[in-house]
Structures are given as structure tokens and as C-alpha cells.
Design a protein around this ligand. Structure first.
Ligand SMILES: NC(=O)c1ccc[n+]([C@@H]2O[C@H](COP(=O)([O-])OP(=O)(O)OC[C@H]3O[C@@H](n4cnc5c(N)ncnc54)[C@H](O)[C@@H]3O)[C@@H](O)[C@H]2O)c1
Length: 255
């Protein structure tokens, strides 16, 4: 992809799943990368796994906490010199029927998936504007931010919020030369989905899910989403702004 060599990329939630694949893809494109995650051991493992692919560092920070986000930003700038691209990726999910969601569970989901996305996006936005630098922010929503799925009311609400957060960021940051777009993956095979599927007791969850809902007939891979991150961060997407890119094997096309 054009324009990525030498770019300094912060991947939040880069210690697992989609974020880990995105970090590897950015390294393969010639970027320098800082990955963050919640669990220090997982971050260390990810950095060791990524090191053969290029210049990478990482740290553990909770994106839902303001002080952690300030420390994350400081660490990324210390390691990379500056941040040009943010893959605003960290998130959590679990299934729970709407009628059983407690206010505490609702708050937890929104704190990580929406507040965290806001805090990290704002920190990088402020950093870019202060430097007078053009940059790219790619926020992580989901097909669940576009259509409802049973047992995910809190997750769907958080991801719907991310979509409009991103559009508003695009409206306000475009004039500073900062492009902002949003990814909406469908069912991607990651540790997050493995834990959700593992908690289901009815048959082979993934096989049934794919057969019923995904026209391309396979689960998405983290690498499919990593490619979309790289595209939106690259100069090949230089006029793509305020948009959402769906990566779902056709799932949203099914009536
Ligand atoms: N897997 C899918 O099917 C799918 C589909 C659409 C969107 N997404 C979104 O993609 C993103 C990555 O999901 P994944 O499937 O790779 O999950 P994953 O569980 O494999 O990775 C999640 C990452 O987020 C980090 N994280 C979680 N809570 C955090 C917190 N409080 N502070 C900092 N980091 C935190 C974890 O450390 C990890 O690095 C999430 O935002 C998720 O909602 C996933």
C-alpha cells in the first residue's frame, strides 16, 4: 500500500486477535508500531512475536481510564517519537440477554468500547493537531454497530456509538488534515469469538453461524481486517473520510 513506509502506528488492543494481525501487517508495510493491551503478559508475548517483523514496542494500559490513556500516549510517543496513525482497536464483548443486563455490565461495555475509543482517539487527535501534522485514525466498530444481534444489546449500543463518534471526529478533524474512518467487521475468528463460542452449549456454534448467516461461507480472519486497517491508513485511501468499511463476507446483505 502506498505511503505507509516509516509511518508510526499505535495499535490499541494490539496484543491479541485483530489488533495483533494489524500490528504485524503494519510492520510488514514498513511502519514502526506500538501495541497496547490490557494484560502485561499478553503484551509482552505479542511484542516478542512481532519483533521478527520489524520495529515494535508495547505496553499495558486500560483504555477506559483517563490516566492510563495519558500514560499510553506518553509511552507511544517516547518509543516512536510521534504517532501518525491510530488503529483504535481495543474492545470487549460478551453475550447476555437484554432483559438480564445489569447497569454495571452495561457501563463496563460502554466504558471500554465507547469511552475508551473516545479517550484514545481524542489523545491522538490532540497530539496530531498540536504537531500540525496530518494523520489517520481508524476506529473499530462492528456489523453490530449497524444492525441488531440478539444477546448483544450493550455491545451493539457501544459499537453504534463508535460509528457516530467516528463520523463526528471526521467532521471536526478533517480540516486539520486528519482522516478518520471506521471498520465494521462481521464474524472474525479471534480469541474473543472463541471464548464467546466456547460459552455456547448448542452444537457447533461457528459452523452453524457461518451456514446460516455468511454468504461467502467462511469465518473472517484477523488478517482480512488487518488488510482493511492498512488500506484506510494508506495513501490509497487519501479521499476516504468519515466512512465505514464493512468486512463481513456478505453477512449484512442477508435479509
Ligand atoms: N472478532 C470479531 O468477530 C469482531 C467483529 C467486529 C468487531 N470486533 C472488534 O475488534 C476489536 C478487537 O477484537 P478481537 O476479536 O481481536 O478481540 P481480542 O479479545 O482478541 O483482542 C482484544 C484486544 O483489546 C484489548 N483490551 C480489552 N480490554 C481492554 C481495556 N480495557 N484496555 C485496553 N485494552 C483492552 C485486549 O488486551 C486485546 O489486545 C474489538 O474492538 C472488537 O469489538 C471484533
Amino acid at each position: 500500500m502506498r505511503g505507509l513506509i516509516g509511518k508510526r502506528v499505535l495499535v490499541s488492543g494490539g496484543s491479541s486477535g485483530i489488533g495483533l494481525a494489524a500490528a504485524r501487517r503494519f510492520l510488514e508495510e514498513g511502519c514502526r508500531v506500538f501495541v497496547s493491551g490490557l494484560d502485561p503478559t499478553e503484551v509482552e508475548r505479542a511484542v516478542n512475536e512481532l519483533r521478527p517483523h520489524g520495529d515494535v514496542a508495547g505496553g499495558a494500559f486500560d483504555v477506559s481510564r483517563e490516566s492510563d490513556v495519558a500514560a499510553l500516549m506518553a509511552a507511544a510517543v517516547r518509543e516512536l517519537g510521534a504517532v501518525d496513525v491510530l488503529a483504535n482497536n481495543a474492545g470487549i464483548a460478551w453475550r447476555e440477554p437484554f432483559l438480564e443486563i445489569t447497569p454495571e455490565h452495561f457501563d463496563k461495555m460502554l466504558a471500554v468500547n465507547l469511552r475508551g475509543m473516545f479517550l484514545v482517539g481524542q489523545a491522538v487527535g490532540r497530539h496530531l493537531v498540536a504537531r500540525g501534522a496530518a494523520g489517520v485514525i481508524v476506529n473499530m466498530s462492528s456489523t453490530n454497530g449497524i444492525a441488531g444481534e440478539e444477546d448483544y444489546a450493550h455491545y451493539n449500543a457501544s459499537k453504534g456509538g463508535v460509528l457516530l463518534l467516528g463520523k463526528t471526529m471526521a467532521v471536526e478533524l478533517g480540516r486539520h488534515g486528519i482522516r478518520v474512518n471506521t471498520l465494521c467487521p462481521g464474524y472474525i475468528r479471534t480469541p474473543l469469538n472463541a471464548s464467546i463460542a466456547g460459552a455456547m452449549t448448542d452444537g457447533d456454534f461457528e459452523t452453524d453461524y457461518i451456514k446460516d448467516r455468511i454468504p461467502l461461507g467462511r469465518a473472517g480472519l484477523a488478517e482480512d481486517v488487518a488488510a482493511a486497517y492498512a488500506f484506510l491508513a494508506s495513501d490509497d485511501a487519501s479521499f476516504v473520510h468519515g466512512a465505514e468499511l464493512v468486512i463481513d463476507g456478505g453477512q449484512l446483505a442477508v435479509m
